[in-house]
Design a protein around this ligand. Structure first.
Ligand code: GSH
Length: 202
């Protein structure tokens, strides 16, 4: 498998999951601004939508959409229960969190990160909405170590997105349980390995 990624982008969640399941994969770094890969290829030829994560499977088929990729990767090692068996309450809970993170958090943060021309009024509205989402996460994490009981692919995804608050200067001090969860996820060996491989920690 081959994961096309940009350091610290949402592709980090898939990167973490690949390491958690012990998959064999190569990383290909993408310059999202220039639409080029580290090997000099035009990324738009590989992925017409121009975004990461993109996962290339052994049969060379190419796939996008982080939340779907996380389900696929988690299912590579069902024994780890990073998502749970089809039809289980565990899977339903993880899928709910994946969808929540994708639609309520990821795409809330995105305009700030990737579109610098975003108007201040939009920025403020998004910030207000995000604050309610972060407060909800904080409340959930005051009752549970991870989002859906034990660690799941949703935690790696949530960690990846909430981590952007550092880049955007959104303090997490009002959310102590969320901060503790960020530290718990960050401390996982495979999360550290992924962060190191992307050059985000030394
Ligand atoms: N719908 C995609 C969106 C992925 C996405 O937003 N990727 C960002 C990085 S976090 C990106 O590559 N943006 C560059 C661009 O859209 O040109 C998903 O959920 O995986």
């Amino acid at each position: 498998m081959k994961l096309y990624y940009a350091p610290g982008a949402c592709s980090l969640a898939v990167h973490i999951a690949l390491r958690e399941v012990g998959a064999t994969f190569d990383l290909v770094k993408v310059d999202l601004a220039r639409h080029t890969t580290e090997t000099g290829a035009n990324f738009l030829d590989i992925s017409p939508r121009g975004y990461v994560p993109l996962l290339e499977l052994a049969d060379q088929s190419r796939h996008t959409e982080g939340a779907a990729l996380l389900q696929y990767v988690a299912d590579l090692d069902p024994a780890q229960v990073l998502i749970g068996p089809p039809g289980s309450r565990r899977r339903l809970a993880v899928l709910q969190w994946l969808t929540f993170i994708s639609t309520e958090l990821h795409k809330g943060f995105s305009p700030w990160l990737w579109h610098k021309e975003t108007a201040d009024s939009t920025r403020q509205a998004v910030k207000t909405k995000l604050a309610t989402r972060l407060a909800e996460l904080d409340a959930v994490l005051s009752r549970s170590e991870f989002l859906a009981g034990d660690y799941s692919v949703a935690d790696g995804y949530g960690f990846t997105i909430v981590n952007w608050s550092n880049l955007l200067g959104i303090p997490l001090t009002a959310y102590p349980h969320l901060q503790a969860w960020m530290a718990r996820v960050a401390a996982r060996p495979q999360v550290q390995a992924a962060l190191r491989a992307e050059g985000l920690v030394s």
